[in-house]
Ligand binder design. Structure first.
Ligand code: ADP
Ligand code: ADP
Length: 229
């Protein structure tokens, strides 16, 4: 069953730049696809189209078998978690409030939100007391973990991660990668993970799609790519 499907998708921006050019791929339910390639090859544009933040110029994008043209955009975005490099936690809100933003928007009652926040703090291995802290009191790595927890809060079907660990020092990045791989096995979510770092792509993906100039030039398992001369 394919959770995300691109069929011949092209995106040309208003200034004439074609950022994505005839792109086709699918991500099966529960799978992690990493998109890897140099800056400017169209990774972020691809992510923004999955989330319906920008429309495709041509082609069809389907989520869980439904064309996003036929989806309610607000509902679609709520079923998709998005983690970016500069995580954008709200500084005037506590960690718990930040994690609870989407459940709150969805009208969950307070007890349910509180339970979910505690569950997620445990998942990202922060002490429950951290829920009362403010983002400025956390380290960069902890803030990035909170960003992941916030994206997962309402049990999204799809998790988009755009250079999620890109702003961290190499040691913190490495440990967050390892932690995330552990969490992943407990989650029932389909992931697209963007990076320009081939080592990270091979480590994090069930499948790795190599992008150049707005299209995928190779898509395989890490094992196959590593054995390819
Ligand atoms: P990546 O994430 O791989 O760095 P992007 O998707 O951000 O690539 O960008 C792909 C191409 O589209 C680049 O040439 C970039 O300059 C261009 N681009 C991105 N966003 C816009 C925009 N809003 N308007 C015009 N061109 C854009
Ligand atoms: P990334 O670091 O993800 O590759 P960029 O630095 O390419 O992102 O772009 C940052 C922001 O600027 C994005 O929102 C992108 O859409 C926009 N952008 C990038 N290139 C252009 C461009 N040539 N014209 C207009 N906007 C652009």
């Amino acid at each position: 069953m394919s959770m995300i499907q691109f069929e011949n998708v092209t995106k040309t921006y208003g200034d004439g730049t074609t950022a994505v050019d005839g792109l086709s791929f699918e991500v099966k339910a529960g799978e992690t696809l990493t998109l890897v390639g140099p800056s400017g090859c169209g990774k972020t544009t691809t992510m923004k189209m999955i989330n319906a933040l920008i429309p495709a110029t041509e082609g069809t994008i389907s989520i869980d078998g439904v064309s996003i043209d036929d989806c309610d955009t607000i509902e679609l975005r709520r079923s998709i978690g998005y983690v970016v490099q500069e995580i954008g936690l709200l500084d005037h809100m506590t960690v718990a409030e930040n994690i609870g933003i989407v459940p709150d928007l969805l009208g969950w009652d307070d007890d349910r939100i509180e339970n979910r926040v505690d569950e997620l703090l445990e998942l990202i291995e922060l002490p429950l007391e951290s829920g009362k802290q403010y983002p400025s009191e956390l380290s960069g790595g902890q803030r990035q973990r909170v960003g992941v927890a916030r994206a997962l809060a309402a049990n999204p079907q799809v998790l988009l991660m755009d250079e999620p660990f890109g702003a961290l020092d190499p040691i913190t990045r490495d440990s967050l990668q390892d932690e995330f791989l552990e969490i992943q096995s407990e989650l029932d979510v389909t992931i697209v993970f963007v990076t320009h770092d081939i080592d990270e792509a091979l480590k994090m993906g069930d499948k790795v799609a190599v992008m150049r100039n707005g299209d995928i030039v190779q898509c395989d398992t890490p094992k196959t790519i590593l054995s390819d001369p």
